[in-house]
Design a protein. Structure first.
Length: 214
């Protein structure tokens, strides 16, 4: 076991873990926990968010909801949904996830089975420290169309093409808004408060949408 502690999150690695053991761990740990697990190539990574990590996650989640509302997109928040594929022996729990294009297919579902259900359309990972498991490979294998990564200063956007992620400058989901500027609003929230900043973010989104639609 290898553990690293940082000011924003802790990461613990367990090596030589079978897929069956990982599934047992998920069942025994239950869903009422803060830690998020990922599995690939017989490695389990347990990430426990501390305040900076979780605060960034929640602020970005609020901004994503604003974007979806202003773009008039229906959506379903699926949070740190446990995403597993038995056939690939791969699994992960993002910081947050969203059904958008496929929302109607899962609207009334309480449980998601990736063997028959689509994966979330968008997932977010906050990574102040480098994960041991390659999340680009993991979420590509799970078929997530769009992947956002925030490292405390930069937001990177990836879109799935031919089974691999390509970093892009424009979010496919929010093509009319330069979402890479979200970190600026995260910093503003820490100075001015989340309510005031969210209102400013909404006005900024409306401005971009209005300008692009003219």
């Amino acid at each position: 076991m290898v553990a690293t502690a940082l000011y924003a999150e802790t990461r613990t690695l367990l090596k030589n873990i079978s897929w069956q053991t990982f599934k047992i761990m998920l069942a025994e740990m239950g869903s009422e926990r803060q830690s998020r697990l990922a599995y690939n190539n017989q490695i389990v990574e347990i990430m426990t968010p501390l305040m900076p990590h979780e605060n960034s996650n929640r602020i970005i989640e609020g901004f994503i909801v604003v974007l979806l509302e202003e773009c008039d997109r229906e959506f379903k928040r699926s949070g740190s949904l446990t995403l597993t594929r038995d056939d690939l022996e791969t699994g992960g729990e993002p910081d947050s996830s969203y059904y958008i294009d496929n929302e109607l297919l899962v609207r009334d579902k309480e449980n998601i089975d990736l063997a028959i259900d689509p994966p979330p359309d968008l997932v977010l990972e906050v990574e102040y420290s480098r994960p041991a498991i390659d999340k680009l490979r993991l979420y590509a294998a799970l078929g997530i169309p769009e992947f956002w990564r925030y490292n405390g200063s930069v937001l990177r956007i990836y879109t799935l093409r031919d089974g691999q992620y390509l970093e892009v400058q424009t979010s496919p989901t929010f093509a009319l808004v330069p979402v890479q500027e979200i970190p600026r609003f995260i910093q503003e929230a820490r100075k001015n408060g989340e309510n005031k900043t969210t209102r400013a973010f909404r006005a900024w989104v409306r401005q971009h949408l209005s300008a692009k639609q003219q």
